[in-house]
Write a protein that binds this ligand. Structure first.
Ligand code: PEP
Length: 255
């Protein structure tokens, strides 16, 4: 772990929890963070859209930030069912997940769609958490570096250096998401270092050293410490293990 970069632990609740369960989880987390959190890591929650406003109000002055799991690739108008970044901004969300593998797989989101969403998020002062990762077939074919490079080139490297510096990258190997299979420390460090080297090639070493790159994919309170200790891993994007306050808090404390 590098001490100069922002450390982040983020919980992606996906399409889980009733409003009451979401509020209880948040209340438990607030209590634990007040009692136990002794590190400088930033905590983000990504609830379903319909809970963002409520959870944001519940958090009040506690050091937790709230974001959305997705946003529209348009700003307003006749796009039934969509939610724009300006709407997110108006309810106090300050981050958005873009390009999560479930969006890419089930809703056919391309790197180009991600690029459009990233632009909109930046224009509305919302931090894009750009999610990238290879599938198992791609890794088995040893194409993981090529895939990640393309996701970076087509999805985010169009940004200016200034705008790129506002983003967070989440490396989430698709084969590790929700499967219980975690990338080994060697695999995670190798890919995070590769991502950072591509950022240095595109922008500068200085920018590459400042950008937070999170690991996601079956990260839990048993493996977080080892993953977070890696030189180029700056925290985690946590799915399943963010739904239980104790597990999530243990992961926050693992930084
Ligand atoms: C995710 O959805 O971003 C994720 C990492 O999920 P899980 O932790 O459940 O693998």
């Amino acid at each position: 772990m590098n001490d100069t970069r922002k450390k982040i632990v983020a919980g992606n609740w996906k399409m889980n929890l009733s409003l009451q369960e979401a509020q209880s989880l948040t209340a438990e987390l607030i209590g634990m963070i007040q009692d136990e959190k002794h590190n400088a890591c930033e905590v983000f929650l990504f609830p379903p859209f319909v809970y963002i406003n409520t959870i944001n109000k519940q958090i009040q002055d506690n050091p937790i930030q709230v974001g959305a799991q997705n946003c529209a690739d348009q700003l307003s108008g006749a796009y039934t069912g969509e939610v724009s970044v300006s709407m997110l901004n108006s309810i106090g969300a300050n981050a958005v997940l873009i390009g999560h593998s479930e969006r890419r797989t089930y809703y056919h989101e391309s790197n180009q769609t991600c690029a459009t969403k990233i632009n909109l998020a930046i224009q509305h002062n919302i931090i894009p958490f750009y999610c990238i990762g290879e599938t198992l077939n791609e890794r088995n074919a040893n194409q993981q570096f090529e895939i990640i490079e393309k996701q970076l080139n087509d999805g985010i490297f169009h940004l200016s250096a200034e705008d790129f510096s506002k983003c967070v990258i989440a490396y989430e190997p698709v084969w590790a998401i929700g499967t219980g299979l975690t990338a080994s420390p060697e695999q995670a460090q190798e890919m995070h270092a590769f991502i950072r080297s591509k950022i240095a090639d595109k922008y500068s070493m200085e920018i590459a050293q400042k950008v937070s790159i999170l690991y996601g994919g079956s990260c839990n309170d048993q493996n977080a410490k080892e993953l977070f200790a890696l030189t180029d891993v700056d925290g985690g994007l946590i799915g399943g293990a963010s739904l239980k306050s104790r597990n999530f808090m243990n992961i926050i404390n693992a930084i």
